[in-house]
Write a protein that binds this ligand. Structure first.
Ligand code: ZN
Length: 396
């Protein structure tokens, strides 16, 4: 039977440099170290490069959280490295790609504003990506816009792309163009067709998409397409433990709450100091007893959190309810994990009926929409907790 590797890259592989699995090698950031469980894919590209068969236009597609962009940057690092054992982790090119500061690496991403170009937002984008290489479009847009505007890749950015494309390489003999979330190109993608048709020998275009089916058929038909999949649970746990400095049980719990999505699990693991669990307990306690003072205290606390944390708090409760439902249906057994959070999920699964869990989940969904629309936090949270209290009383 053919392995995934053989299907994607053929079985004619050469001995190649193994991709380092540490994020930093002697102070240089190697992107492969932030991409657990994808070494087969990266090794495949390295062998294509070694054989001189590297495609000049490729699309890395998969659901959010597979690390498409990190893979694209890792491939860029290998392509631009000036040593035969690429990525060497020592040369100037490796260092600059690690710092996202290489003149021959161009990154296009969605921005806000009809005439905006990626360069306008590059410093913010770079900081956000360093902080969370698994960030999704919502997380990125929340950095540059608080009003819920729709992101896009503009005509102006396509023109800037064309201009960069026509220039000679600065540092070496190759140029790499990474387009993060090309699904935001829309029809503007047609402007790039000529370039995508036949990129020159020194240029490589790598698209990293969360929604391949939203790309123009004319783009898809020109690309070599490589699917990516969520990494295996064991790889994720190992990566979370190492990168976030948490225990294995914490990593496992975060992954469980996140439904095995690494990006989401990293989000939870970074927030171990957060008051999410305590606030969740306070929410249900005060709503259950129906005491106004306790309920208002909760509203007060949540209202001061800021929009992103309010969102995260609501999603946390939503995830707990989904776990409670799974426990109710015996899909998840509480004995597998011993920690405060799952202990509380177990209590919720015993204390709430299925219709109640569904109703509360709907209330939270509505609240999340309202938070994203920048509704007044106090009014919104007061309304939410009153409705929750009513829902909890129903069963009694
Ligand atoms: Zn190098």
């Amino acid at each position: 039977m053919l392995s995934l590797h053989d299907m994607l890259f053929g079985s004619n592989t050469e001995t190649i440099q193994e991709h380092p699995s540490e994020p930093f090698v002697e102070g240089v950031r190697l992107w492969s170290g932030s991409l657990p469980g994808q070494s087969e894919l990266l090794d495949g590209f390295s062998s294509l490069m070694a054989q001189g068969r590297m495609p000049h236009f490729l699309v890395l597609g998969g659901q959010t959280g597979c690390g498409q962009l990190i893979a694209a940057l890792s491939i860029a690092q290998t392509l631009l490295c000036s040593n035969p054992t690429a990525p060497c982790g020592h040369c100037r090119a490796c260092k600059r790609v690690g710092d996202l500061n290489h003149q021959d690496l161009h990154i296009t991403f969605p921005t806000i504003g009809a005439k905006a170009v990626s360069l306008d937002f590059y410093a913010q984008w770079r900081d956000a990506f360093f902080e969370n290489p698994y960030m999704n479009v919502t997380e990125w847009v929340s950095v540059i816009d608080k009003e819920g505007k729709l992101p896009n890749i503009t005509v102006a950015e396509c023109e800037a792309f064309e201009e960069q494309f026509s220039m000679k390489a600065f540092l070496g003999d190759k140029k790499v163009f990474v387009i993060w979330l090309p699904e935001y190109l829309g029809k503007e993608g047609n402007k790039l067709l000529k370039i995508l048709e036949e990129p020159p020998a020194d240029s490589y275009i790598i698209m990293a998409t969360d929604n391949e089916s939203a790309l123009l058929p004319t783009i898809r038909s020109r690309a070599q397409r490589y699917p990516m999949y969520l990494p295996h649970v064991d790889h994720c746990i190992e990566y979370i433990v190492r990168s976030q400095n948490v225990s294995e049980i914490e990593a496992r719990t975060c992954l469980l709450i996140a439904d095995n999505n690494l990006a989401q699990a990293l989000h939870w693991s970074r927030d171990t100091e957060s008051p999410y669990l305590e606030l969740t307990k306070a929410l249900f306690r005060s709503a259950y007893t129906g005491q106004t003072v306790g309920m208002m205290e909760w509203v007060e606390k949540v209202s001061t959190l800021g929009r992103d944390k309010q969102n995260a708090q609501l999603k946390y409760i939503l995830q707990m309810l989904s776990l409670a439902l799974r426990m109710k249906n015996n899909v998840l057994h509480p004995v597998e994990f011993q920690n405060d959070m799952l202990d509380y999920v177990f209590k919720l699964s015993n204390g709430l009926s299925e219709p109640q869990i569904e109703k509360i989940s709907d209330l939270i969904d509505d609240a999340i929409v309202a938070v994203n629309r920048n509704a007044n936090a106090k009014i919104l949270m007061t309304d939410f907790i009153i409705q929750l209290a009513a829902c909890l009383v129903l069963k009694k």
